[in-house]
Design a protein around this ligand. Sequence first.
Ligand SMILES: C[C@H](O)[C@H](O)[C@@H](O)C(=O)CO
Ligand code: MN
Length: 419
Amino acid sequence: MIGKERFESAKEIYASYGVDVEAAMENCMKAPVALHCWQGDDVIGFDHDGPLTGGIQTTGDYPGKAKTPEQLMQDMDKAISLMPGKKKLNLHASYAVFEPGEFADRDKIEPKHFRKWVEFAKERNMGIDFNPTFFSHDKIKDGLTLSSPDEETRKFWIEHGKACVRISQYFAEETGVPCVMNIWTGDGFKDVPADRMGPRMRYKDSIEQILSEPYDRDKVKPCVESKVFGIGVEAYTAGSAEFTLSFAATHEGCLPLMDNGHYHPTEVVSDKIPALLCFFPEIALHITRPIRWDSDHVVLFDDETKEIAKEIVRCDGLNRVYMALDYFDASINRVSAWAMGFRSWQKALLSAMCMPHAQLKKLQDESRMTELMVEQEAVKTLPFGDIWNEYCRRCGVVSDKEFYGEIRKYEEEVQLKRG
Ligand SMILES: C[C@H](O)[C@H](O)[C@@H](O)C(=O)CO
Ligand SMILES: [Mn+2]
């Protein structure tokens, strides 16, 4: 059977379960997913020469890394050409692009330092999300930024946050798409602290000061991202789950952001999504793949990824959940990593949209649990591959089978030729 026939046959099988795959594909094409710029250069950026610090780490030394804004944009373009679905650009402040001889420290960055990214996004019809960068900088004092007891240090980082609010507003105005601005710091202690509340009170005050910068609530969506621990800050993290969730719950317009690598290994973000949607009009996600810790492996089409997508879809949350990717692997081809993670999330979303949720919920509500188990298992082996291949074809991107050939060609022709 050729592809088209396989798709028609799969479509009929899905229809027998009450699933309209045409509608699913249309909806999947419309759901924006934020693509993080930092997979392309191992979370380095262009405003410093130093290493990646702040409790996060990349491992690996695969050749061909992008080292300039032009190379990063070139690689991102290649990755985008391999990704079906709607994209939004996700930038970190450390990716400011300066003119030759120009420099502005993080507390002084301005919209003009991101003009090239705005042009890039507009030409590709993408909105932009933004992240102040509270890591990889010499003004981090004793591992602390917004929670520092040193007022000069804290002030510097508050000013950075405020500059990022202004830049977020500029992104939203330029692109016509709201900008999700995520605050994450790695502030914490390696060993048992003597004061757990003091740093959190300072962190709270700092975020409040940052968000006192004027902005339009329909255009800028500030979020706070929690974390359980980071490398070198194993004993205590100021921005814990309880801290950020409580902050978002008590500060109107501020969203909680859950990164599924930032919880204890047996906790699952899939279960937290419906819990938060009972209380917050909107939430944000960082989608990643933790292995044993917050390792930020490339997202795959695995069980928890599927479960997260299912929750967003069956809670009717596509308009309430801001979806962003957050992984970085320096041990494999970075363009492949970028595109594979995005494609995996697209697969998870599309497959979640191809499930008979209403019927399954009905079985649960009628306590027909035996039937529910049988049906949920049956759905797992429906011919999703044929739907996915057709989705890729309609989006104008290669199938999984052709994917690696594209990567090898780009690697030979572009990445390995870089000095
Ligand atoms: C680079 C990102 O901002 C960073 O990964 C952050 O979101 C995080 O998840 C830290 O562990
Ligand atoms: Mn994250």
